[in-house]
Design a protein around this ligand. Structure first.
Ligand code: WT7
Length: 635
């Protein structure tokens, strides 16, 4: 049923030290959890009270039309007011908001004051290009400060941003532009990665050729190689920023709490990627609360979430969460092992990072190079570590705990999704840990593991992970597709009104959750989420391929890698050259992350009588496991 990545050992405990508990925002998880679940409405109202609103809500939760829930109904706000505007009226205006390091050693630091000004300038430029409340702006950039600035500038104008991760290909970008109907796009000439330039503007040119809805492109100069600039369409950011329109003052648009903040496309089990919609009000309450409590964020922290701003982790926990809390964040442009495998540890040491939030695949990748690399650096500033994206296997957990955290730092394993907006199952620092378990639900979250019929599983029994009550940062819909939203997440347990996560999990006797993996056709490669359908349609768009099926198989570093099975059209025969050509083709159609590790040319694919590909049969074959029940197999 699931992509079983590993079997977690149950029963090993790690208890937080007195020190950790003493300084935690929430020293007693049980008490706060009980209080939140007993009266979620007052609980979330109290959390919302920690922020500023232009007008308070009439109602905390409107659940009259499920699953179209509304939070803080009637309230007026803007997340940028809480993330920036309010800070520059306090001592925080002089505090560092952002410390950026380029892969080539370039450095930029921005105080809250400076970031606020940059955002204002950018917003004025967007406005001069006709961007107004409700317009979608696509952002396709590397990890540079301007991506943060551009996102905030959009939000400031009430224009939902649509960030597309810089590793995606021209077709993936074109699809997302098209679906969002985005007239304005922000990009940069290139990004530095492993000492080489990733030519982002070239990808944009091709994507816009395929999706000509884009009228204006703002290009930030980063790498400096010559790029094509089309007159009347493309503008250098630094030239626009020098114009009088780019004034450092710009009113923040006051919007409804339920006004769209962003779309973020993610992969589902079928069809095209889904534009997950999040809104200003509930999202700002949830991401700030979860970050403050789970990572115990304090004013003197130097917090580093090593994800990309282009993923939900970056949206919630690089951009919005930390800024709302007035924190100092680190942003690093490049590869973790460039020029040497100690780049990250060097950054921790240089900037005195206190909290490091990353992914198991990155940990496993760095683990390969051995302990000597972190040992060369003083990592004693660290006090908390975090993990996200997939289950963390005990080996990686222990390596991270022992070699990076010096056996002093709790590992906050956060289970959540693009759809949930923020952490759903994760420990608070005061909670005892078991390596490999994301522990228990965040206060206010009601999670369970259930059988197909909706009854709760026994401890140790695998089942479907569901969320039983609404939460403020839940997705509001799939952009332009309410029907798919209802079907995908709310139809399985319609009667009960539960949210279906798509994950298989189990609970142990202590009520700890163990995430096993996805139970739909979603594959996690290096923590990135890919739909089998996306990769398959990438393959069949090549003229030689008649039919394709892909599966995920376990991999030591990446979690899973992709194996592809292709039936060729008449007149084509399988060769090493064709294999390479198909890999390149997928790189262009979907992105580098989707390139199959292995391609096999086959004459038939295992299918049910109704024509559905039985991927579990392919998987069992690939892994040399028993094929299981074949009664539905056509031949
Ligand atoms: C899927 C969501 C949430 C930000 C990054 C991924 C898996 C995520 C964990 C974790 C086990 C995890 C789940 C989930 N996942 N975090 N701590 N332990 N599995 O967001 O791309 O929307 O993927 O990632 O399978 O459903 P995403």
């Amino acid at each position: 049923m699931s992509e079983d990545v590993f079997t977690p050992p149950i029963g090993e405990w790690y208890h937080p030290t007195e020190d950790v508990i003493e300084q935690a925002h929430i020293p007693d998880y049980e008490e706060v959890y009980r209080e939140a679940v007993a009266d979620p409405i007052s609980f979330w109202a109290k959390r919302a009270d920690t922020l500023e609103w232009h007008k308070l809500w009439d109602k905390v939760l409107d659940d009259s039309n499920p699953p179209f829930y509304k939070w803080f109904v009637g309230a007026q706000t803007n997340i940028v007011h809480n993330a920036l505007d309010r800070h520059i009226k306090t001592w925080r205006k002089n505090k560092l908001a952002l410390i950026w390091e380029g892969e080539n050693g370039d450095k930029v630091t921005m105080s809250y004051w400076r970031l606020w000004q940059e955002v204002n300038k950018f917003a004025n430029i967007l406005r001069s290009m006709g961007v107004k409340k409700g317009d979608r702006v696509t952002i396709y950039m590397g990890r540079i400060p301007e991506i943060v600035v551009a996102m905030l500038a959009c939000a400031k104008l009430g224009a939902p941003h649509n960030v597309v991760y810089g590793g995606f290909s021209e077709q993936a970008l074109a699809d997302r532009i098209e679906d969002a109907k985005s007239r304005v796009l922000v990009t940069c000439d290139g990004a530095w990665l492993r000492g080489k330039i990733v030519p982002l503007k070239d990808v944009v040119d091709e994507a816009v050729r395929r999706s000509p809805v884009v009228e204006h492109i703002i290009v930030v100069k980063r790498t400096g190689q010559p790029v094509n600039m089309e007159e009347g369409r493309d503008y250098w950011y630094h030239e626009l920023a020098a114009l009088p329109i780019a004034a450092p003052r710009c009113e923040t648009e006051v919007v409804d709490a339920e006004h769209p903040l962003f779309l973020l496309y993610t992969s589902g089990s079928t069809g095209k990627p889904k534009g997950i919609l999040h809104t200003h009000g509930g999202y700002q309450v949830y991401v700030s609360t979860t970050l403050e409590w789970a990572f115990d964020l304090k004013d003197d922290d130097r917090y580093w979430c090593a994800a990309d701003p282009g993923w939900i982790t970056g949206h919630s926990y690089i951009v919005y969460g930390p800024l709302i809390l007035g924190a100092t964040s680190i942003l690093y442009e490049g590869a973790p092992n460039y020029p040497y495998p100690d780049r990250w540890w060097r950054i921790v040491e240089n900037y005195g990072v206190t909290i490091l939030y990353t992914a198991p695949t990155a940990i496993r990748g760095l683990m390969r190079f051995g302990e000597a690399w972190p040992q060369r650096h003083d990592l004693s500033s660290l006090r908390l570590l975090g993990s996200v994206g997939e289950p963390i296997n005990p080996e990686a957990w222990r390596w991270f705990y022992n070699n990076i955290g010096s056996e002093q730092c709790p590992i906050i394993d956060t289970w959540w999704q693009t759809e949930t907006g923020g952490f759903m199952i994760c420990p608070l620092p005061s909670v005892s840990l078991k390596p490999g378990s994301a522990t228990r639900p965040f206060p206010g979250i009601v999670a369970d593991v259930v059988r197909e019929d909706g009854t709760s599983c026994e401890p140790g029994e695998d089942g479907l992970l569901v969320i039983k009550t609404p939460w403020p940062s839940m997705l509001r819909t799939i952009w332009g597709d309410d029907k798919r939203y209802v079907e995908q997440y709310w139809s399985k347990f319609k009667e009960q009104g539960w949210y279906l996560t798509g994950d298989t999990a189990r609970k142990d006797e202590d009520g700890y959750f163990w995430i096993i993996g996805r139970n739909d056709d979603v594959i996690k490669v290096s923590g990135y989420r890919l739909g089998t359908a996306e990769v398959e349609s990438g393959l069949v768009s090549h003229k030689a391929v008649a039919e394709a099926a892909v599966i995920g198989v376990p991999d030591e570093v990446k979690g899973s890698v992709i194996y592809a099975y292709c039936i060729l059209r008449n007149g084509y025969s399988g060769s090493a050259e064709l294999m390479q050509e198909l890999k390149n083709h997928v790189r262009h159609e979907v992105g580098a992350i989707a390139v199959p590790e292995k391609i096999e040319f086959v004459a038939t694919l295992p299918k049910t009588r109704s024509g559905k590909i039985m991927r579990r049969v392919l998987r069992a074959q690939a892994l040399g496991q028993p094929l299981g029940d074949l009664s539905t197999l056509e031949e």
